[in-house]
Structures are given as C-alpha cells and as structure tokens.
Design a protein. Structure first.
Ligand code: 4AD
Ligand code: MG
Length: 468
C-alpha cells in the first residue's frame, strides 16, 4: 500500500517524487488559478495541503467540497507556508491529476465545518469518526493498546482470549444481559416479536460476560501471568458520563510473588499507567484533544504520570474518616459512613480535593465487594483496591483473590456444579494470585479530559441507545 499521510508527514524532507494520495477533503479554498485543499486520510491529526493548479474541468473543481473522497497525483514539495513542511503540488498542466472518488453533497452532509454538539454527533455516530476529535480518540486508543501490549510482554505476561458468552455473573451485581436464540427461519436482524422465549441453547442460562476475571484466573493458575483487553457488558440503567452497556476492560491476573499483596497490585497498576500513558502523553492526538481545555487539568495529569513519587494510597477506613470530616463542613448528597459504598461524589472529592491526583483506596468492607476477594485478618475487610482519579473517579478495581479453599467454599455457600470449576483452581495446586480490571474508556477519558466516556469508544451503547 502507498504511504499514509502520517507516514508522509513524518519524512524528514520532501522527495519531489511523484506521489498519489487518497483521502477526504477537510477544507478547500478556491482561487482564480489555484486552489488549496487540505486532505485527510484520518491517519494523522494534521491533514496534507494540496495545491491544485487550474485544469480544464471546471465541473470537477466544483465537486471538490468538504467530505468528498479524492485521489490526487502530484509531487511532494517543500511547503513555502508556515506550519507544514511538505505539501502536494498537483500541477494539472503537467503530470498532476485530480480524481473524484466520491462526491459529498454539501447541502445535506451532516458533518459541516461548524462546531457540532456532542449530542448531535451521537445522533450521527456512523459519521462522527470523520471529526478530528473522534478520529484522534480512535488513534489514541490504538496507540495506548500497543504500548500496553509491549509493557505486558516485557513483564512476562501472555495475552489471552477469554469467552464472551458465559454462565456466570462474575461481579454478582445482577447486571448481566441474558442470551436468547432467535427463531431459525428468521433473517439476521430480528424484530422484538420474533425472539423465542429463552431456549437454553447451552442447556443452561447463558449471559454476556461482565468481566473476564474468573476465566483469566483459570489461565493464570496455569501460565502464571495473563491479560486481556476484551468487551464487557453490563445492563446498568445508570445514565452517567461513566457507564456504558458495552465497554472494554483491560484485565490482568497473575500469580503473586511471595509476600506481595494489595500493595503489589498498586505497584503494578501504577507502573503500567505511568509507563504507557507516559509514552503517549505528548503526542499530536493528545495535543488535539486537550486543545481548548483547561491547561491546569492537563498539567495535573502530566505531574501524576511523570512523578517519581508513588501515588497516594489509603485504606477505605481512612478515606471514610476524611469524608466524614469533610461532610461536616460541606455536606455531600450521600452521607459517607463506614460500610457504605463510595459514591462518585466521594471518589471525586478524595482525588480532586484531598489528594489532588490519583489515589488508591484499599481494603473495603467485605460486604461491599464480590465473593472472590481475599478476606483480611480483621475479617471485616478484603484485600482489594480501587484507583480513583480526578474527574473520572474510579478507573481500576482489583484484589487479591481468595485462594483458601475452605474460606472460599464458605463464602460461596451452596455452590452448584456450575461453580465447581472455580473451586478446582484452589483444590488442585491453588496458588495465591491477584488481578485488576481497568475500564479502557474511563482511562481514555481521564488522560484526554473528554468529559463523557460515550466519546471514548467508537460506537457507544447505553440504556435506551444503540444506533447502528
Ligand atoms: O470494578 P469492576 O466491576 O471490577 C471487575 O469487574 C473485576 N472483576 C475486574 C478484575 O479484577 N479483573 O470493573 C472494573 C473497571 C471499573 O473500575 C471501571 O473502570 C470499569 O471497569 N467499568 C465500566 N466502564 C464503563 N462502563 C461501565 N458500565 C463500567 N463498569 C465498570
Ligand atoms: Mg469497581
């Protein structure tokens, strides 16, 4: 394939060689004898300027409008203008050639140059990747994932694919989507009436997974260090800026080194974030996404990611004490109290006001957390952590897993044969292990300042909304 615009712009100097570049017109300024078009192929935050000399076909020039798909043949030359070093000279009196691949009628094209609201773009989700901000977010997701793959490889982890269809509700929050079979004769896209009652295709109820943790545990107790970046599904009715019905979670699970516990999970999570976010933080897409946003927020992020000091860590019990004190002078909507879950207002206060940066909150009450977390010696709390960051609040949840068969059995209660496999992991060579899950969209939101995670995923789904 020919080079993309990103690859061309990364070249040290123009070659003057003939080049053919395809893309979409981002803007065009037409003068009497020459036109200036900026084209983008989405590969880069910047477009490439093409200088088009006048040809014989006026009709063709008329059709070169924003959004039109084009292929230009010309020469890459040094740009006389400021800003960009290379431009494409399309001299139609010589070898230059303009091809219109697809027109884009300006009267009806939904992606106009004027500022489009977030809500409007959600309504046109199939076209919104053509805006520079959504395109930058897509490239950033890609770049961050690559950094994470490299990081995990260097730490001796293996990437694993885990099932999406599952028989368990790992988090026990009752937010799972249940699968149903569509009548065989019906075409792929069903209308609601044509879905049969639950048909138990698997001879037992089947769900879309809410987390890949339990399956990763099975793999970690065999090949020691595993991770995945996979879709998770939660039928949460929450209409917040932080909840999606389908989101991607980065989950890691590993056998613990001797004496390591929650603090070791914090170390690993922090190391991962500092290294991988640190690697993308200064790139062009980040610049584009942070443009027009409060500089102090970006600086705070930079400080956190580049700091040689470890991020703050505090127990849930200490966090509650601080929250209770704060509630006294400036009440929260929900009263903080030991034994109650932290609401996002509490999480944000801890990260934004008390710590002014990321903070790990550890050792929550057992009653608030799922069955698989390892009980602490106090018998009231479990060996777990949440990572809270300014504005986005919780982005990571993790824990040491209960490896003691008897304790786990007691917690799981009357487990049917469907859960026996999970106990087997302890029964046969059970080893202390731990893991965490990081919401990928929440991470993107934190590091870009994008307010709502609906803009941190290509095609968001939330209760009441599934376009496409
Ligand atoms: O805290 P959660 O529920 O933890 C787990 O699922 C563990 N089994 C993970 C593990 O240890 N392997 O979810 C983990 C993270 C949250 O901190 C949050 O970032 C994200 O997943 N998350 C969501 N992101 C978007 N939309 C939702 N509805 C989310 N629910 C959780
Ligand atoms: Mg959580």
């Amino acid at each position: 394939l020919p080079p993309t615009i990103r690859q061309i712009l990364a070249r040290p100097s123009p070659t003057e060689e003939p080049a053919t570049i395809s893309g979409w017109i981002k803007s065009i300024r037409k003068q009497k004898n020459v036109s200036f078009a900026v084209i983008t192929d989405g590969s880069s935050a910047e477009g490439l300027q093409a200088v088009l000399t006048k040809g014989k076909d006026d009709e063709l020039l008329r059709k070169l409008t924003n959004g039109a798909a084009v292929r230009f043949t010309g020469r890459l030359v040094k740009s006389p203008g400021a800003g960009q070093s290379i431009e494409l000279l399309v001299d139609q009196s010589r070898e230059g050639k303009i091809q219109l691949l697809g027109e884009c009628p300006p009267e009806t094209y939904p992606i106009q140059k004027k500022d489009l609201t977030t809500e409007y773009l959600r309504d046109h989700v199939h076209l919104r990747a053509r805006t520079s901000r959504i395109a930058a977010m897509l490239r950033l997701r890609d770049g961050l994932k690559r950094e994470m793959d490299n990081w995990f490889e260097a730490q001796g982890f293996y990437f694993c694919n885990t099932p999406i269809i599952t028989g368990n509700d790992a988090e026990g929050a009752g937010e799972t989507f249940r699968l149903e079979k569509i009548q065989a004769s019906h075409p792929a896209i069903a209308s609601p009436q044509e879905v049969t009652p639950p048909s138990e295709f698997f001879s037992r109820p089947a769900f879309l997974t809410v987390s890949h943790q339990l399956h990763l545990e099975a793999l970690a107790t065999a090949i020691s260090r595993v991770y995945t970046l996979s879709p998770c599904f939660r039928a949460e009715r929450s209409l917040t800026s932080r909840h999606l019905a389908e989101f991607w979670m980065l989950e890691a699970e590993w056998v613990l080194p001797d004496g390591d516990g929650v603090q070791g999970i914090c170390d690993l999570t922090e190391g991962l974030l500092k290294d991988t976010v640190g690697a993308v933080i200064g790139n062009q897409d980040m610049d584009l996404l942070w443009k027009d946003r409060e500089g102090s927020m970006r600086q705070a992020l930079l400080d956190a990611v580049q700091s040689h000091q470890p991020w703050a860590r505090m127990t849930y019990t200490d966090a509650i004490m601080e929250l209770e004190k704060a509630h006294f002078s400036a009440p929260f909507e929900y009263e903080p109290k030991w034994g109650r879950s932290l609401k996002s207002e509490h999480e944000r206060w801890l990260a934004e006001k008390l710590i002014c940066g990321p903070v790990f909150v550890t050792d929550y009450p057992a009653a608030l957390k799922p069955f698989y977390m390892r009980a602490n010696d106090d018998e009231r709390t479990v060996a777990c952590l949440d990572l809270l960051v300014p504005y986005t609040a919780e982005i990571v949840g993790g824990s040491v897993r209960e490896e003691r068969l008897d304790v786990l059995q007691q917690k799981m209660g009357d487990h049917g044969e469907n859960d026996a496999w999970y106990l087997d992991l302890r029964k046969y060579g059970g080893a202390p292990h731990a893991g965490f899950g990081m919401g990928f969209e929440r991470l993107i939101s934190w590091i870009t300042g994008i307010e709502n995670i609906r803009e941190c995923i290509p095609m968001p789904r939330w209760t009441g909304r599934m376009l496409l």
